[in-house]
Design a protein. Structure first.
Lengths: 143, 627
């Protein structure tokens, strides 16, 4: 039986392992966080600005910048974040393939692969946000 | 000399009797209580729906009054979402997650017991509204301004607000418990990429509850302030905004759909490999799809608000996100189909319910993107088309997988298999009844029949579809009844299940049916994603120490492991049975009834009892916990 004394022996985590872990988590969470930011900021910003008197002027602005321009810039930045997360996850995947077949390596490889897939999905979701910006008037209310 | 099993039995066994029933912290007993209680609420919600269907069978019927009808459809929705679907999955999770991850209990056993008692008390609280004839009557969404005191002067909306807060405490506590259990209590070697997909589904559900439910709790609290203390959060006449309620409610309400669906998907992913006799195709894709759906589910709440006059840009973001959900959902379906096509199907009752789920959910899934399109939604908003859609989605994703589980997993709980012939009768009655009941409602919606009306005039062409729908609802109820009878009779004459009647792949099949109080003689070390198929030593009873088994026989103990790789980190001493979760629930119930009836003396009495209950709960008892 593995005794409690063995079970409670703390593991030593190296700096390289810590940085790899951070990269893996960025690869997995970067895309979803970017998309979440777009949904929460862009969509709600349009709603809030359009309610606060912008309808009268026909144009909503943030610090003098048209809301459409702001939203396009925001979406572009967030799309780049997805791309960066995908690249980081991909690089982790390539480096881990050479790391052998240990249980930890297989788990890390799995996370890296997940990061690539998730970044593609949420990158697509984020960039789709540009389409309505081109097609629709920001402050037009639905009937 | 006592054997290991006898020594563990002496440490973990709880004395049978009423006192144990009230004080147990055993995850299996709590799980069974959740399952039984939520099934009772399922029957109650079903009876409400049958009364509504009887009322709508023909034009101009007067079986119930309009006010009673409002209460029936409101309580039907509240029951099915808060008192049946969520707690039923909590019940399955309570029972099977610790078994599937190879541990001896949930991370916080007393919080677990507290969650169950709160759920039961919350359910009784909500249903006690019928005793005073003032059940919630503004729908399960309880929209202001209808729910404000001006339009609902009785206690109806107060029962709703306090009831959802009550149940919200239970669900949130339970969700936190699931997250910690899944991330910190897995058997050694069960790395994230070896975790059973059902456990991923429960994790996704728990994360969604933790992030979504506070919005409903906040909204219900604000509504109470509006109704009782003259606040104006939702009162447009005094500067409030009823649309704010819709944002808060649906930021909870749409993730709630996935809170119900994702564990259902997890169940399907647990059953299909075993009943197809091969490992799941695309494990990684399914896990990612579950987690991605859980997240995307938070971005689509506005699609419930397409008709509120929001800016079109806001609507378009929600519409795009709604389309996005199709991708991860589709990935799961193709993975399931690929597993079944390349495997060897075992067409027993659980598999029939899985196949029924696939057919029904695909139909519901197809009408989802249709409703996600703003112009179409405007056409069919608040019609029976929407009712048909969400019943296909929710009954497909929750009820059919649950019935699959009754036949697949309850033998592990009871030690008895259920009868196959009765199971198949039940399936076909439910499948045929469901489609008869709800498919015509698509047509009714397109013909313009609005939701939430207690009757309608003749001559609109709605009568035949309503008649078929009502017949289907009663056939569905017969199917449910057959399974209930099957379960009861299986206790008497069911064939013994043995440890593993299905040749399953996950750890719950490594122990006896029913499992002993300590679950496993030794906590196993896992070396595969399908441990029961790849580690033959697990079929021969306890995994011996030289094969990696951990006995932990010196106390009421289990292992805590690391989040990613499940390496052992600590021996955790688990608490014994306790009366405090039940006592605290009683005190909170007094508090909530006091608040409901505006008796501040009773409320203060309940608050004092709650403080005393918490003091008793946390009073040092000499039980230690190593970390």
């Amino acid at each position: 039986v593995t005794g409690p004394e063995q079970a409670t022996t703390p593991e030593r985590v190296t700096r390289a392992e810590t940085s790899q872990s951070i990269l893996l988590w960025f690869g997995i969470l970067g895309g979803p966080l970017a998309w979440t930011a777009e949904i929460l900021v862009a969509a709600d910003l349009a709603e809030v600005l359009c309610y606060s008197g912008a309808e009268a002027s026909g144009r909503a602005q943030i610090y003098g910048v048209d809301v459409e321009v702001f939203l396009v810039a925001l979406t572009a930045v967030l799309t780049l974040m997805c791309v960066a997360a995908g690249i980081v996850a991909g690089r982790c995947l390539l480096s881990l393939r050479a790391a052998g077949d240990a249980t930890t390596s297989r788990r890390a490889t799995w996370m890296a692969r997940a990061g690539v897939l998730v970044s593609i999905l949420f990158g697509l979701a984020t960039v789709i946000g540009l389409i309505p910006l081109y097609l629709l008037e920001t402050c037009t209310s639905s009937p | 000399v006592a054997t290991l099993a006898e020594r563990l039995e002496s440490v973990w066994r709880e004395r049978p009797g009423l006192a144990t029933w009230l004080t147990t912290v055993d995850h299996k007993k709590i799980g069974v209580k959740y399952i039984y209680t939520s099934f009772v609420f399922f029957v109650l919600g079903g009876i409400e729906s049958l009364i509504m269907r009887a009322q709508l069978t023909d034009a101009g019927l007067n079986l119930v009054t309009p006010e009673a009808y409002n209460q029936l459809f409101s309580m039907h929705g509240i029951t099915m979402m808060f008192l049946f679907a969520m707690p039923m999955f909590s019940g399955f999770g309570n029972y099977f997650v610790p078994l599937m991850i190879g541990t001896r209990d949930m991370a916080f056993p007393r919080l677990n017991a507290f969650g169950y008692w709160l759920f039961l008390a919350g359910g009784i609280f909500l249903y006690s509204s019928f005793l005073v004839g003032q059940a919630p009557n503004d729908g399960w969404f309880n929209y202001p301004p209808q729910a404000l005191r001006l339009f609902t002067p009785g206690l109806n909306a107060d029962f709703y607000s306090l009831g959802v807060i009550f149940i919200g405490i239970s669900s949130t506590g339970g969700a936190i418990n699931f997250i910690v259990t899944i991330l910190k209590m897995r058997a050694p070697g069960m790395t994230l990429n070896r975790m059973p997909i059902f456990v991923w589904g429960e994790l996704a559900m728990a994360l969604q509850i933790v992030f979504a439910l506070p919005f409903l709790t906040a909204a219900a609290g604000m509504l109470m302030l509006d109704r009782r203390f003259g606040f104006h959060f939702f009162d447009a006449a005094d500067g409030g905004d009823p649309v704010l309620w819709q944002h808060l409610f649906w930021f909870f309400g749409h993730p709630e759909v996935y809170i119900v669906a994702l564990p259902g998907f997890g169940i399907v992913s647990a059953l299909i490999p075993t009943l197809s006799r091969r490992p799941m195709v695309g494990y990684t894709y399914i896990v990612l799809a579950e987690m991605a759906t859980a997240l995307i589910g938070f971005g689509v709440w506005v699609h419930h608000m397409f008709a509120t006059g929001l800016p079109t840009l806001t609507l378009s973001f929600a519409s795009a996100a709604s389309m996005m959900v199709v991708i991860p959902t589709g990935v799961q379906f193709f993975a399931w189909l690929a597993t079944m096509i390349t495997g060897k199907l075992v067409l027993k009752t659980p598999m029939l319910f899985v196949l029924g789920f696939i057919v029904i959910f695909v139909i519901g899934g197809l009408t989802g993107p249709i409703l996600g399109l703003v112009p179409v939604d405007h056409q069919v908003h608040d019609t029976y088309f929407v009712v048909a859609h969400f019943h296909y989605v929710l009954v497909g994703s929750a009820v059919f997988p649950m019935f699959a589980v009754f036949y697949y997993w309850l033998p592990k709980v009871t030690g008895r298999l259920m009868n196959e012939r009765r199971g198949k009768w039940s399936f076909w009655a439910m499948f045929a009844g469901f489609n008869l009941a709800f498919f015509p409602q698509h047509i009714l919606g397109l013909l313009g029949m609005p939701r939430r009306i207690y009757t309608y005039e003749s001559g609109l062409g709605w009568e035949p579809y309503n008649l078929v729908s009502t017949i289907g609802a009663f056939i569905f109820a017969v199917g449910v009844l057959i399974t209930l009878v099957n379960y009861i009779r299986s206790q008497r004459d069911g064939a013994p299940a043995g440890n593993d009647p299905w040749d399953g792949e996950t750890l719950e099949w490594a122990t006896t049916s029913p499992p002993p109080p300590y679950n496993f003689e030794t906590i196993p070390t896992v070396r595969s994603r399908n441990p029961m198929w790849d580690q033959p030593e697990l079929r021969d009873g306890a995994q011996s120490p030289d094969q990696g088994g951990h006995a932990l026989e010196s106390g009421h103990q289990t292992l805590a492991t690391s989040v990613l790789d499940a390496t052992p980190q600590a021996v955790v001493h688990m608490p014994h049975a306790s009366p405090w979760p039940f006592a605290l629930t009683v005190a909170l119930t007094v508090l909530f009834y006091g608040a409901l009836f505006g008796s501040w003396i009773v409320t203060a009495f309940g608050a004092l009892g709650s403080v005393l209950g918490l003091m008793g709960w946390f009073w040092p008892t000499g039980e230690t916990q190593e970390t």
